[in-house]
Design a protein around this ligand. Structure first.
Ligand SMILES: Nc1ncnc2c1ncn2[C@@H]1O[C@H](COP(=O)(O)OP(=O)(O)O)[C@@H](O)[C@H]1O
Ligand SMILES: [Mg+2]
Length: 255
């Protein structure tokens, strides 16, 4: 275990698909309790970066230090690492044949080995933390809204008490009202100092929940800064151009 406050340190990470370089030397860190937001154009490699962190994608070179251990080194049990990293995807990825409550319980039973009563208790607490309505606990995904399904997915990650939760565009499949429900929950988690790394286009969320915003472009962290600095005073033309395209910044009050 390291003494530092870093949950995650990424150094010089590279990944090619065939001849195409997608990550060209990515370096950043996430400290315990921080919320970091990654923005950037489609196809820039943001999902690939997140997927490298639990080795759903194998990087070509670089280091990923998770809690002081380089998880790219040969002797790491990646299943153990994955059990401590939460992942919330764009398309919910919860089990269709299980109720909301069962979806949250199953990892606690199977991966954490908790007995039924303990798993039930932790699952209910997690569903409460994502503001799931009482009458939704025993419903199946098909009976839930997209916003409820995504909140169940967040509860499932949260219940495992991970060191960090990675979010890959968690609201981009939702209409604005349902996206708002999910963003409210994520803001709560940020306030509670749950460590999060969030890929999103939601500039409002970045402005009021992130400790730092990273602009990912052309396979590297092109620019980063405090949310207000990066959003309202980007230093590089590519960052300005991206922000102009995704948001009418006057909506957020401007500076
Ligand atoms: N498994 C894969 N095989 C080949 N190319 C891939 C694979 N996954 C992603 N890519 C390519 O890598 C680039 C970055 O993709 P991705 O990480 O999904 O970007 P983003 O999430 O920023 O939109 C894209 O050009 C994409 O087509
Ligand atoms: Mg993506």
């Amino acid at each position: 275990m390291s003494e530092s406050n870093d949950v995650l340190v990424i150094r010089n990470l590279t990944k090619k698909f065939g001849e195409k370089p997608v990550l060209r030397g990515v370096s950043f860190n996430v400290e315990r309790g921080e919320t970091k937001v990654i923005i950037g154009p489609s196809g820039a490699g943001k999902s690939t970066l997140l997927r490298c962190i639990n080795r759903l994608v194998e990087p070509n070179s670089g280091e990923i230090i998770f809690n002081g251990v380089n998880i790219l080194s040969g002797d790491v049990d990646i299943r153990k690492v994955r059990a401590r990293i939460g992942f919330v995807f764009q398309h919910f990825n919860i089990f269709k044949h299980l109720t909301a409550l069962e979806n949250v319980k199953i990892g606690l039973r199977v991966i954490r080995g908790l007995d039924n009563a303990e798993a039930e208790d932790k699952a209910r607490k997690a569903l409460k933390a994502v503001h799931l309505e009482d009458d939704a606990y025993d419903k199946y995904p098909a009976e839930l809204s997209g916003g409820q399904q995504q909140r169940v997915a967040i509860a499932r990650a949260l219940a495992m008490e991970p060191e960090i939760i990675l979010f890959d565009e968690p609201t981009s499949a939702l209409d604005p009202q349902l996206a708002g429900e999910v963003l409210d929950v994520m803001r709560d988690l940020a306030r509670r100092k749950v460590t999060m790394l969030v890929v999103t286009h939601e500039i409002g969320f970045a402005l009021n929940a992130a400790d730092e915003v990273l602009f990912f472009y052309d396979g590297v962290i092109w620019e980063k800064g405090l949310p207000k600095d990066l959003v309202y005073h980007p230093q590089r033309e590519e960052t300005r151009e991206f922000l102009r395209r995704i948001a009418d910044l006057s909506m957020f009050g401007g500076e």
